[in-house]
Design a protein around this ligand. Structure first.
Ligand SMILES: O=C(O)CCC(=O)C(=O)O
Length: 296
């Protein structure tokens, strides 16, 4: 039975709005050095041949993953990591798969841009936790990703022909950093110009119960607004509505509204507020759908 995280370890509403808008959250140096180094020592023998490492079965409850002593288990059971998981998919989540990804020193080939798995159309989402047990410098194989791509549904490597996208980022950060991606995030392993192997442990978790208001709600009203504010909701820069209106640098002019709607739909799901709207897009269509139903 999982212990409920301390509220200070949960995400805030502001962080949830960032996740819904951009599809990721980054947490520098959350894993202590002894766990990072134990992980690298455990991953060394199999390295990139991670299929040789003993792994859980898909569907294993999070609470049963990697019992002690295990550096992966120790990372997953850190209070802050438990708080992040609880906020996004719940501690009753189950294991999907995991993998140790290495980028060898001097490997200058970028991996093709992709999103993992196939086209996923549900609002309910998986998370992928990317744990970097060693520091990653610029141009040293940090995972590349495209903020805001998570709601553009594509099939696996069908985006592989895109080389560079305005606003793309490469992970750079200290040892023990964790980045959490929405399952739909477009990403790739990047060229490693350094003299050191780049280590990454990635684990995908599936929710088993609705992902609704599981985070620390202390700032909920400030970010979400009051029910009467939702239509043409706040233009305050910190409000969820204003973030959802804000395009990524790579959005085509005409696509921006579609992404505002995609983000608003996902926000409705995680807040449980079926009336939330950033502007009138969802409300307009739903008004007509109700007329259709009455006519039918
Ligand atoms: O190596 C990386 O940085 C990312 C690899 C990855 O996530 C993948 O192949 O799906």
């Amino acid at each position: 039975m999982a212990i409920a995280p301390d509220p200070s370890d949960l995400l805030t509403t502001a962080e949830m709005a960032h996740f819904v808008t951009h599809g990721y959250l980054a947490f520098p140096s959350v894993v202590p050095e002894e766990i990072n180094e134990a992980a690298v020592a455990a991953f060394e023998p199999t390295g990139a041949l991670d299929m040789l490492r003993a792994k859980p079965d898909s569907g294993t409850p999070l609470a049963d993953l990697y019992p002690d002593p295990s550096p992966v288990g120790a990372m997953l059971r850190l209070p802050r990591v438990q708080g992040i998981i609880e906020s996004l998919v719940g501690l009753d989540a189950v294991y999907d798969h995991d993998w140790v990804h290495t980028r060898e020193p001097g490997d200058l080939a970028d991996q093709h841009l992709h999103q993992d798995a196939i086209i996923d159309t549900t609002l309910a989402f998986d998370i992928q936790i990317f744990w970097f047990p060693r520091a990653v410098e610029a141009r040293s194989g940090g995972t590349g990703f495209v903020p805001g791509s998570h709601l553009r549904q594509v099939n696996e490597f069908e985006i592989a022909r895109y080389q560079n996208i305005v606003g793309q980022q490469d992970f750079v950060g200290p040892a023990g950093s964790v980045v959490v991606f929405h399952q739909g995030m477009w990403h790739r392993g990047r060229a490693n110009h350094s003299g050191d192997r780049r280590w990454l442990y990635k684990i995908r978790l599936n929710p088993t119960t609705p992902q609704v208001r599981r985070w620390n709600l202390a700032d909920f009203d400030a970010v979400h607004g009051r029910p009467s504010d939702h239509i043409f909701a706040s233009y305050d820069l910190n409000s969820a509505a204003q973030q959802f209106r804000t395009p990524e640098p790579w959005f085509e002019m005409a696509a921006s509204r579609l992404e505002t709607v995609n983000r608003s739909r996902l926000w409705r799901y995680v807040t449980g507020d079926g009336h939330f709207d950033a502007d009138w897009y969802l409300s307009r269509t739903e008004g007509r759908e109700q007329l259709d139903q009455r006519a039918g």
